[in-house]
Ligand binder design. Structure first.
Ligand code: PLP
Length: 267
């Protein structure tokens, strides 16, 4: 697939796309973005992503985006794409719209997550950016680097209060006592669209779902730990710090098939 970009309506190859260095998105990370999974040429839950983009921008007092224009630009950029891809949409404080379509990066199941404290993730309502998917991902990326330096593949973020939150670029769920657990968005995590989908699929399948704050010990005692995002499958985690999760993963196996089917429009 030829990776392409659309910057304020101007189409180009992705490596030729240009944004001014004075753009607030570049200069200060001031803006919001979305990453949308494209499966068999179709963007999954694009409407939910555009709604979340509007919520992120208004949470930090930036103007709401023109959703219809962005939807039309996404359709233009995806024209002719019939396989899997990653669609990204950025709206910066300078008003610049950047859309890109690229190959999905390969994502292996995380062999080991390393627990990191995430003091920048605060409950909804404590400050504007809480829960917003802004272009300031530096603390998340630094957590991934620190986790890698400590011998892991990525980080598992925990709040100052000790609640399990999410990963730097993914949502976290776990299975215990035959039920599926996941943290609530009001902890200030990203309200993950793939996680919402997995929870709805679990619900449909009659699996009990608990969306409540839980401490790290609860996750470490779980039967299965899994992660997901818009451009990842539902992946089993093998180890968190020094706790192994080496056994079978029946709930992950069941829900990952359901998620794949949903994304490919087979259900
Ligand atoms: C911090 C964080 N949490 C969770 C997710 C998963 O969200 P979604 O399923 O909407 O892709 C992402 C996705 O990029 C993320 O960056």
């Amino acid at each position: 697939m030829d990776a392409r970009a659309l910057v304020d309506g101007e189409l180009s190859a992705v490596e030729r796309a240009r944004v001014a260095v004075t753009d607030e998105g570049f200069a200060r990370g001031d803006g919001a973005f979305e990453t949308v999974g494209v499966w068999d040429g179709r963007p999954f839950r694009l409407g939910d992503h555009l709604d979340r983009l509007a919520v992120s921008l208004t949470a930090v007092d930036l103007p709401a985006p023109d959703i219809d224009m962005l939807a039309a630009e996404a359709a233009r950029l995806l024209h002719g794409v019939d396989g899997d891809a990653a669609l990204r949409l950025y709206v910066t404080a300078s008003g610049t719209r950047v859309l890109t379509v690229t190959e999905q990066p390969r994502r292996d199941p995380p062999a080991r997550l390393v627990v990191r404290s995430a003091p920048w993730i605060r409950p909804l309502g404590t400050y504007g950016p809480a829960g917003a998917k802004t272009m300031s991902y530096l603390p998340n990326m630094a957590a991934t680097r620190a986790a890698r330096a400590a011998g892991g593949d990525d980080a598992l973020l925990v709040s100052l209060e000790g609640w399990v939150l999410e990963g730097p670029t993914f949502a976290v769920l776990w299975a215990a006592d035959g039920r599926l657990f996941s943290p609530p968005p009001d902890l200030g995590i990203i309200d993950s669209i793939s996680r919402r989908t997995v929870i709805a699929l679990a619900d449909e399948a009659g699996v009990g779902v608990v969306v409540e704050p839980r401490p790290l010990d609860h996750l470490l005692a779980a039967d299965e730990v899994m992660v997901c995002s818009s451009i990842r499958d539902l992946l089993a985690v093998r180890r968190v710090d020094d706790t192994p999760f080496d056994g079978s993963t029946p709930l992950r196996d069941q829900l990952s098939v359901a998620l794949r089917d949903a994304r490919r429009g087979r259900r």
